[in-house]
Design a protein around this ligand. Structure first.
Ligand code: NAD
Ligand code: ZN
Length: 252
């Protein structure tokens, strides 16, 4: 049993919220066996920093290395299963839908586990690692199978190098997704930041906006982050345990 206290004021606020925006990060998928960036740099990859593998410059210079790394991420995502945290968020979406209230899930994750858990509307601000497209002609599709035949994989249409449809360091976020996330957050009376260090944009921007609007805020994380002190409530614990308990208590 989870040994964390969930404050009554938080339970009541979630129960009464008319519009909620939830931002998730790599921590939400940690219990599904998908490492956070910091934890992923082991074994063969220990000598690299994420920035050395996740940038357009790295892809241009070392396409084989970068596509091998991302193909490993892709297969890890496909082999993983959604955990109780993902499932609790899908359940919360259905509860809000039934009540005619607004629910927006924004994720920085690229693993598609929210969708596989049953979340219907997910705003992906960093793309998806299971989708690959040609860097030249943009032809692309969801890749479901085992390893690629060769690295880097090439486009059958134009011979260009294929890449994961994720947002790399230094690349712009998908503009529609970002606007949608910011608009939803602006309308929300409750904001949850779950399993994210909340340092990269748009996480930091969303938190700023929520504070300006005096909406309520909750952080769920196994550790303290640079945003913890900005939140109305902060629960330290694994999201796969905290989220199901929170949803149960608010909508028992
Ligand atoms: P991050 O690695 O910066 O932070 C992860 C956070 O999760 C940390 O604050 C950590 O304390 C917390 N955490 C770890 N285990 C947890 C658990 N069980 N429950 C709750 N919290 C837990 O991740 P980020 O903020 O998402 O940013 C890194 C970027 O890396 C993202 O933008 C994303 O695109 C990419 N990424 C994605 C995945 C994925 O799709 N699963 C995995 C690794 C990295
Ligand atoms: Zn092509």
């Amino acid at each position: 049993m989870l040994d964390v206290d969930i404050p009554t004021s938080l339970i009541e606020t979630l129960n009464e919220a008319q519009a909620v925006t939830i931002l998730t990060g790599a921590g939400v998928s940690a219990e599904s066996g998908i490492p956070t960036f910091r934890d992923a740099m082991t074994g063969l990859w220990a000598k690299y920093e994420p920035e050395q593998l996740a940038s357009p410059k790295a892809f241009e210079k070392e396409p084989e290395l970068v596509t091998r790394w991302y193909d490993e991420r892709r297969r890890l995502a496909l082999e993983a299963e959604p955990n109780p945290g993902h499932l609790a968020l899908a359940r919360l979406e259905r509860i809000f839908e039934k009540l005619g209230r607004e629910f927006t899930l924004v994720t920085q994750n690229v693993d598609r586990l929210h969708q596989r858990a049953g979340s219907r509307r997910v705003i992906e601000v960093h793309g998806a690692v299971t989708v690959w497209h040609c860097s030249k002609c943009l032809e692309g599709n969801e890749e479901r199978g085992g390893p690629f035949e060769k690295y880097p994989p090439v486009c059958g249409k134009c011979g260009g190098v294929r890449r994961p449809a994720v947002v790399w360091f230094g690349e712009p976020l998908p503009p529609g997704a970002l606007d949608e996330a910011l608009n939803a957050a602006a309308r929300s009376d409750l904001f949850l930041s779950v399993g994210t260090s909340a340092m990269v944009y748009p996480a930091a921007g969303l938190i700023e906006l929520i504070r300006r609007n005096h909406a309520c805020s909750l952080e769920i994380n196994t550790q303290e982050t640079s945003s913890t002190h900005l939140m109305d409530w902060s629960i330290q614990g694994p999201s796969g345990e905290v989220l199901p308990k929170l949803v149960d208590l608010a909508f028992a």
